[in-house]
Design a protein around this ligand. Structure first.
Ligand code: ADP
Length: 581
């Protein structure tokens, strides 16, 4: 049912009900009122006639007849015994034949209590009559006036007709008024509804033609404000979308966006170029586009976990670094954005660099060994003294340092090539630390450094490739010793959910913020002079990073220059191949 019809029907109901009630009430009151009027009229006549009644009059009946000439009422006089002495309706013989009236209710009542009024059936006239009776002033009888309700019915019918006509007229005017008011009321609501339809269709109206100063007018103004604000917001969104499209189009990285059902919702031209797609693959599955299980798995994992991840993707001779990020909120991932960086060239250069270092190291290894050998032999020569011995000692020291560097480069190359499978076993942290404390004891003492280790979880056991992890810890402690002049070195082990967290903390010179990200790159050294003096090669942390990665772990550094450095590494509790031998 429409709003307008509802208003109309409700108003009509109210009007009809109230007019109906008015009609019935007035109708009922009208009957009672007319009766009252009739009886009051009879009483007036009774008042006039009463003093004129004299029971001792020889022809009282004729007197009574005179009173009622031309009148519409009947007069009856009875004595105390109920005998009818005079009656305007009966004369002569008929009067004498009348029954005794002592049992008439109005007579009885009048004798007992005085004036009485009644409306009852009369057996003498066989009609319904109004009666008024009052005892005579000397108490010897009762005067009764009676009247037929003929004119009462006539008047009452006339009045009722008038009432019915008035009611019908009221209903017609009331109905018209209701129709007019409901039309006025609903017209504003109709205009509001029309404006809302236009707004929802994108036609932002700023002037709704409802200008009343009531709640509806107020609502219209609010809707206008809403419409203006919505238009502004949409314009803003549109411009942001254009911005985003421009950014996406000018990117060299390929971008792919999927929804929660793993269907592509957006791509950029770079992606189509990288994957050689002739048409925009919107609506298709990523697997059809990249034909790569890694991409599919990455998207599925992000959809399931809501966590970012990275993967290396090989496609048609190219290598991409794919970064997956969730869309929406953490509790409800609504899609995934994948950004593909083409790292083919980078990988080629890395391989070149690795091969080059490996070749050079290989070539250098033999001559260096002989230089070291000859220098060592010369140093055993007692005749070698003074400045010459000093030269040979430096040759020996530098050649030894170079050999060490080449050894490290070899290990790094081996790690990078993934040679030599990790032999997993259970490692006891405290045992390893005790070894380290022994190995470094001399250097720690010479530099006046304290060394401590702490286990902050229940057990110090974890699964890892023991030798490799020793190497990691050794490299980190070595650095801590090298770059700390005073204070202490603390190595700790902790467990955080599904990871073992290790930390080597020192109170040394620290690393400035801008270098923190890069110290794990090979050959990267913060202060080259200092590293040279301390015998640093810039390979130690690169080895650490590779070993931790082989364990599927993470490594990072935190530092405050002048206060110290903490190098953290975390290993997943579950290792891929736990071989507890
Ligand atoms: P290096 O052989 O030069 O120590 P690393 O790869 O082990 O090479 O470290 C890279 C660089 O990181 C170092 O040259 C040094 O500048 C910095 N570094 C590493 N560990 C620390 C530390 N504990 N305190 C200060 N600087 C450090």
């Amino acid at each position: 049912m429409s709003f307008r019809l509802r208003v109309l029907v409700s108003f009509l109901l109210i009007v009809v009900l109230s007019i109906g009630l008015f009609y019935f009430w007035t109708n009922r009151r009208l009957g009672a009122f007319l009766q009252e009027l009739m009886i009051a009229n009879l009483e007036d006549h009774l008042e006039v006639i009463l003093p004129l009644i004299d029971l001792d009059h020889p022809d009282l009946d004729a007197v009574v007849d005179r009173f009622t000439e031309g009148a519409s009422f009947r007069v009856t006089v009875v004595d105390r015994s109920g005998r009818v002495i005079a009656d305007s309706a009966f004369s002569g013989e008929a009067l004498h034949r009348l029954d005794n009236h002592a049992d008439r209710p109005e007579i009885l009542e009048a004798m007992r209590h005085g004036t009485t009024r009644l409306y009852r059936y009369s057996t003498s006239t066989s009609d319904f009559l109004f009666y008024v009776a009052r005892p005579l002033p000397d108490g010897r009888g009762v005067l009764r006036l009676a009247r037929k309700p003929d004119d009462y019915d006539e008047i009452s019918a006339g009045l009722r007709r008038g009432l019915a006509t008035a009611t019908v007229l009221l209903l017609i005017f009331g109905g018209a008024a209701v129709w007019f008011i409901s039309r006025r009321l609903t017209a504003s609501v109709d205009r509001l509804a029309e404006a809302a339809t236009r707004i929802s269709g994108g036609d932002f109206v700023s002037d709704i033609p409802v200008h009343s100063r009531d709640e509806v007018g107020d609502l219209a103004r609010r809707m206008e404000q809403l419409s203006i604000r919505l238009e502004q917001q949409l314009a803003l969104l549109e411009s942001e979308r254009n911005h985003l499209t421009t950014v996406l189009h000018s990117m060299t990285e390929g971008v792919l966006v999927t929804d929660e059902r793993n269907r592509i919702t957006q791509t950029n031209p770079a992606l189509r170029r990288l994957f050689g797609l002739p048409v925009d693959p919107v609506g298709r599955m990523p697997l059809e586009v990249a034909r790569n299980i890694e991409v599919n798995r990455g998207i599925r994992e992000v959809l399931d976990t809501g966590l970012r991840r990275e993967a290396e993707v090989h496609h048609a001779g190219s290598i991409f670094l794919a970064r997956f990020a969730p869309l929406g909120r953490a509790e409800r991932v609504t899609g995934v954005v994948v950004v593909f960086h083409d790292i083919t060239e980078l990988r080629r250069l890395e391989t070149l660099q690795r091969d080059f270092t490996s070749n050079v190291s290989h070539e250098l290894k033999t001559p260096l060994t002989s230089i070291r050998g000859y220098a060592e032999t010369l140093l055993h020569e007692e005749t070698l003294q003074g400045v010459h011995r000093g030269f040979v000692e430096r040759i020996f020291r530098n050649a030894a340092q170079l050999s060490e560097m080449i050894e490290e480069l070899f290990s790094l190359a081996r790690l990078e090539r993934g040679e030599g499978a990790l032999r997993m076993s259970e490692v006891a942290f405290e045992e390893v630390m005790s070894e380290m404390a022994r190995d470094f004891a001399e250097r720690l003492a010479s530099r006046n450094l304290q060394f401590r280790f702490e286990v902050r979880c229940d057990s110090d056991r974890f699964v890892a490739a023991g030798e490799y992890i020793r190497r990691v810890l050794r490299n980190l402690i070595e650095n801590a010793v090298k770059y700390t002049d005073a204070g202490e070195i603390v190595v700790s082990m902790d467990r955080r959910e599904e990871e073992f967290l290790f930390c080597v903390r020192d109170t040394g010179l620290g690393i400035p913020e801008e270098h923190l990200q890069r110290i794990f790159e090979r050959f990267y050294r913060v202060d080259k002079d200092r590293s040279r003096k301390t015998g640093g090669t810039g390979i130690g942390l690169a080895i650490v990073k590779h070993i931790v990665r082989l364990h599927n772990g993470r490594v990072w550094a935190e530092s405050r220059p002048g206060e110290g450095t903490s190098i953290f590494f975390a290993l997943p509790v579950r290792q891929a191949d736990p071989d507890r031998d």
